[in-house]
Structure formats: C-alpha cells, structure tokens
Design a protein around this ligand. Structure first.
Ligand code: NAP
Length: 292
C-alpha cells in the first residue's frame, strides 16, 4: 500500500470505474465517486467510497480526478459541469478511451481549470480493473505523473510511459493501436464460430487442430468460450467496442491510413447493437453473422 493518502474523485463508475474506485479505497485513499446513474455507484459505499450526487461534489478538494466515462463528449460534458469546483493544481488522470484527436479539447478544459493533465488510458478489462492489475499507458509531465503515482499503483500492475506531453495524445494513440488488435481478434473469433456452425464443423476439432501451434491464441479461446457458453455478461460492451472501432477508423483515415478490417468490424458491432446487444459483451458481435 502506498504511504501517500490522496483524495481521489472517480467520475464514471461503470464496468471499469467501479473496480478502480474500489481499489483506490482499498489502498487507503479518500475516494469520492460520481456516476450519471447513481444506482450504479451506490454499492461502492460498502467499500468506503463516498458516493456523490453530482460531479462537482466529487471533485471538490480532490488531489486527483480520474475520468472513466464512455467517450470524449461525455468526458468533456462532465468535466465542464465539474469545472468551477475543481482545485487548481490537481491532477486529471483521463483514463477513458477517447482517441488522440479528442486531446486538444480536453487539454483546453484542463488548462481552464488549472489542472495538470495526464493522458492515461488503460489496457485490461473488467477482471483486471477489479483486481488492480490494469496496465496504465501514460503521457504527461513528470510532476503530474509523480503526483498520480499512488493512483496508478492502486489501479494497475504496470505503467507504460509514452511521453511527457499529455496534450499530444500519445498514450491515447497507443490505446487505439492496442484496441485495433483486440477488436480484430474478437470479431475473428465470432466469425470462426459462426462459420463452424454454418458448415457443421465441431468447434472442438478446430481447437484440437490449432492447439499448441502459432495459430492458437488465448484471447480467441476466451471469446470463443463465451460464445459457446452463451455468456455475454459484459467485460467490454458492444457499444464500447463500436465506439472504439469508429475512433480507430476515423483516426487512421485522418492520417491517410485505410483500415478495411476495422471498418468491417465496426459494421459487425453496429449490427449487433441494432439487434439489441449493445450492453452485452463484445463477443456478442457473433450474432452479426446471423439474421436479426
Ligand atoms: P460502461 O460500463 O459502459 O460505463 C460507461 C460510463 O460512462 C458509465 O459511468 C456511464 O454512465 C458513463 N456515461 C456514458 N455516457 C455518458 C454521458 N453522456 N454523460 C455522463 N456519463 C456518461 O463502460 P466501461 O467499460 O466502464 O468503459 C469506460 C471507459 O473505459 C470507456 O471509454 C471504455 O472504452 C474504456 N475502457 C473499457 C475497458 C473494458 O474492457 N470495459 C477497458 C479499457 C478501457 P451510466 O452508468 O449512467 O450509463
């Protein structure tokens, strides 16, 4: 446990933010949490987290503000609402996946509030968020990184320093690169399972054939197992995956890079969303292979 006790505001206690808030409280920090749907934050009170009715109450007097909201527009909206209550000199750890192109607007909000901004998205899903085993990708000034160190220690097991400029979006760029990979595997897993079903191939024979070889991949097995078990309890939702693939395709396009697989993957997530699977785990993109 870190010896430095901080007051930390967690804005957004969904799948990820809830686990992060719990681990911050378990590490001895004074944690205030706010969530748009307050019922989702209330169970955190059992862990000693102070649940607040609005973002301003959460950030008042906070040394560190951690945002873990769906997307860039939600982060901007919530931080602008919290604005007048922010403490000048506090560190803003922005961990939502928003992509590098959202950074300039976020940095402007940070500058207006006198905050030290860290672009700090995380790698890892629900289970690592709950066990404090996330990988934190961080870009931002050394002084802010040092102040936020105890927070990273509580939520993660690894910190990857990407640069000293938080405003440039270097960590968010790395996060999109990572997610392009994991979302490609997820969609490939769904299509493999759908094709096997369509062709009448027993998935066990597929796994028997690849076992121990270079085609075998733990993540493929994870998502294929969820599909075979019909267990779509969310670690990362279809809605979130669609948001990320849209960010990925748009960010690439702006830089003259064409991503056909990611674009097709986004269409699969969009179809699954339209079929009513938006809140299910992204493995539910499997259903995009079949008529809704
Ligand atoms: P989630 O469970 O869907 O939570 C999303 C959060 O954003 C909830 O607190 C939600 O509030 C809030 N929100 C959405 N729209 C809002 C708005 N317009 N105004 C205010 N609040 C809003 O998602 P999550 O999986 O925790 O993801 C949170 C962030 O972490 C996302 O950027 C995601 O891409 C990223 N991330 C997720 C994972 C993962 O595996 N799950 C891993 C790494 C990074 P309500 O509860 O009221 O809807």
């Amino acid at each position: 446990m870190s010896s430095q006790k901080l007051t930390v505001a967690v804005l957004g206690t969904g799948i990820m933010g809830a686990g992060m808030a719990r681990n911050l409280a378990a590490a001895g920090h004074d944690v205030r949490a706010w969530n748009r749907t307050i019922a989702r934050a209330q169970p955190l009170a059992d862990a000693g987290v102070q649940v607040t009715a609005d973002p301003a109450a959460a950030v008042t007097g906070a040394d560190v503000v951690l945002t873990m909201l769906l997307d860039g527009p939600a982060v901007l909206d919530v931080m602008r609402t919290a604005g007048p209550a922010l403490t000048r000199g506090a560190v803003w750890v922005q961990s939502s996946t928003v992509g590098p192109d959202a950074q300039s607007e976020l940095a402007a909000v940070a500058a207006a509030g006198g905050l030290l901004f860290l672009d700090a998205p995380v790698l890892g899903t629900k289970a690592p968020a709950e066990s404090g085993q996330l990988t934190v990708l961080v870009a931002g000034p050394a002084a802010a990184r040092a102040l936020a160190g105890p927070v990273f220690e509580a939520i993660g097991s690894k910190v990857i320093h990407v640069g000293d400029d938080g405003d440039g979006g270097a960590a968010s760029a790395l996060k999109l690169v990572l997610n392009s990979w994991v979302l490609a595997i997820t969609n490939a897993a769904g299509e493999v399972m759908a094709l096997a079903k369509g062709l009448g191939v027993d998935p066990d024979r597929f796994f028997e054939a690849i076992e121990g070889g270079p085609m075998d991949t733990p993540y493929l097995r994870l998502k294929a197992s969820a599909i075979r078990a019909g267990d779509y309890s969310p670690s990362f939702t279809v809605e979130g995956a669609l948001k990320d693939l849209t960010l990925i395709v748009d960010a690439a396009e702006r830089r003259g890079v064409r991503l056909d697989v990611a674009a097709a993957g986004a269409e699969r997530f969009r179809r699954a969303l339209d079929q009513g699977h938006g809140g299910d785990d992204m493995a539910a993109a499997y259903f995009a292979s079949f008529p809704g």
